[in-house]
Design a protein around this ligand. Structure first.
Ligand SMILES: Nc1nc2c(c(=O)[nH]1)N[C@H]1C(S)=C(S)[C@@H](COP(=O)(O)O)O[C@H]1N2
Ligand SMILES: [Mo]
Length: 195
């Protein structure tokens, strides 16, 4: 298990409080998939050749176990999450990135997006989550695949992830256009961009 929980005495970032539950938060509707033959996962933008992975092929990619703490901008934090997921490198080694690529836009089902630097996306702590605490992700928590980027506020962890777009320049995603911070480091309280 790759344990990325902080070893610090203070594991809870400023302005956060602990929850034992697992709140559900998102904008828009939960997708309830019936036919997974229509689901695919794309890597596009600044790559030599775009990649499309079917649901079947995604589900047989090698997985790893990860442990981490998550921090939502609405002030709840949840410690010691155990996940099963696919390392970002397992997917990204299938494409050749163009050298200009420095940011990514994560694209979720229904058009929801969030942006982050390429380096943060490629961090070994980031992964494509499939199970949480031993169970398949529920529809509400992002089934079948969600991004997990535990070192940034949890809104960067796109549920119902369908694609990753590599970009030369940073661009705001859905919440970032609506006032959330472009980066979102919980330890620096980068909650909103107007403060
Ligand atoms: N596709 C999608 N992913 C999303 C969101 C969303 O609105 N749409 N909301 C984000 C926000 S603001 C948070 S706090 C987390 C919540 O994840 P959870 O519902 O599994 O706790 O999902 C993030 N991922
Ligand atoms: Mo959030």
């Amino acid at each position: 298990m790759l344990d990325h929980t902080t070893k610090d005495k203070d594991r809870v970032p400023p302005g956060q409080r602990l929850t034992e539950g697992f709140p559900v938060l998102h904008y828009g509707e939960v997708p309830y998939y019936r036919d997974m033959s229509k689901w695919d996962f794309r890597v596009f933008g600044l790559v030599e050749e775009e990649l499309t992975i079917s649901y079947k092929d995604f589900m047989v990619l090698p997985r790893q176990a990860f442990k981490n703490d998550i921090h939502c901008v609405t002030t709840w934090s949840k410690l010691d999450n155990v996940w099963e997921g696919v390392a970002v490198s397992t997917v990204m080694e299938k494409v050749r990135r163009k050298p200009e690529a420095r940011y990514v836009m994560l694209h979720a089902e229904g058009g929801w997006t969030t942006n982050l630097p390429l380096e943060d996306f490629l961090a070994e702590t980031s992964f494509f989550g499939i199970k949480h605490n031993g169970e398949l992700l529920t529809p509400e928590h992002g089934y079948p695949v969600r991004m997990v980027v535990p070192h940034l506020y949890f809104w960067k962890s796109a549920k119902w992830l369908r694609g990753v777009e590599l970009m030369a320049h940073d661009k705001p995603g859905f919440w970032e256009r609506n006032g959330y911070h472009m980066y979102g480091d919980p330890w620096r309280e980068e909650r909103y961009d107007f403060d």
